[in-house]
Design a protein around this ligand. Structure first.
Ligand SMILES: C[S@@+](CC[C@H](N)C(=O)[O-])C[C@H]1O[C@@H](n2cnc3c(N)ncnc32)[C@H](O)[C@@H]1O
Length: 204
């Protein structure tokens, strides 16, 4: 693991016990609805969720076994508690998305929500998601990105050093461009997207 990856992992370990509380208000006001729309796109039998965090997506999971990973052991502990409470058939593992321990062409659908703001090398992480996805399978992402509106983008650039320091999250990443650089067969932005939050579908 690189020094940068170790540093960001420690930040997530630190905030994991408070993560649901920190994001509670935003989740109720906006993110819950976006998650619901996002999960309506998810199909396939073999599914991987990368960067599962505390398991905020568990209530939206289809009734089938899903593999889920996160590089923060404390996040995985929180997800494990939620898994037991909600009785979700999810197989949780500590793993870095930049170096996945799955074979090539393994999953029908690989997805992540609000992950690529914090992965130290986002292109490497996306290439790994592509690698483990079957040909014709989908990589689905729900991600906040740098706003397309000038003033909002300027504020995001200014605040970015603070959000990285506090939460390990960059708020000025251009994740759509990074996905487009990974040579998928197609990349689409779904209509429910806003100028900051994008639902992205990439087909391998
Ligand atoms: C902003 S949180 C989002 C969590 C969850 N997906 C959600 O929607 O609430 C980012 C998550 O990605 C995880 N993460 C960041 N970089 C990672 C990496 N390289 N490999 C695996 N997980 C990573 C963090 O530990 C954290 O749980």
């Amino acid at each position: 693991m690189t020094n940068q990856t170790e540093l960001i992992k420690k930040r997530y370990d630190r905030i994991a016990p408070y993560f649901d509380k920190i994001e509670g208000m935003m989740e109720k006001m906006m993110l819950g609805e976006l998650r619901s729309t996002f999960w309506q796109q998810v199909t396939g039998e073999q599914i991987l969720e990368a960067g599962v965090g505390t398991g905020k997506n568990f209530p939206y999971y289809p009734a089938k076994a899903i593999a889920a990973i996160d590089f923060s052991p404390v996040m995985i502990q929180q997800a494990e508690k939620k898994r037991k409470t909600l009785n979700i058939p999810v197989d949780l593992s500590v793993m870095d998305v930049q170096q996945l321990d799955f074979p090539d062409n393994h999953f029908d659908t690989v997805l992540a929500t609000f992950l690529f703001c914090s992965v130290p090398d986002p292109q490497q992480g996306l290439l790994e998601l592509k690698r483990v996805c079957k040909p014709g399978g989908e990589v689905l992402l729900l991600e906040h990105v740098l706003s397309s509106q000038k003033i909002a983008a300027l504020i995001m650039h200014l605040l970015n050093p603070i959000t990285v320091r506090l939460f390990g999250a960059n708020i000025n990443r251009e994740t759509l461009k990074t996905v487009q650089s990974c040579e998928f067969s197609s990349v689409d932005v779904l209509p429910a997207s806003t100028h900051i939050v994008k639902l992205i579908r990439a087909v391998k």
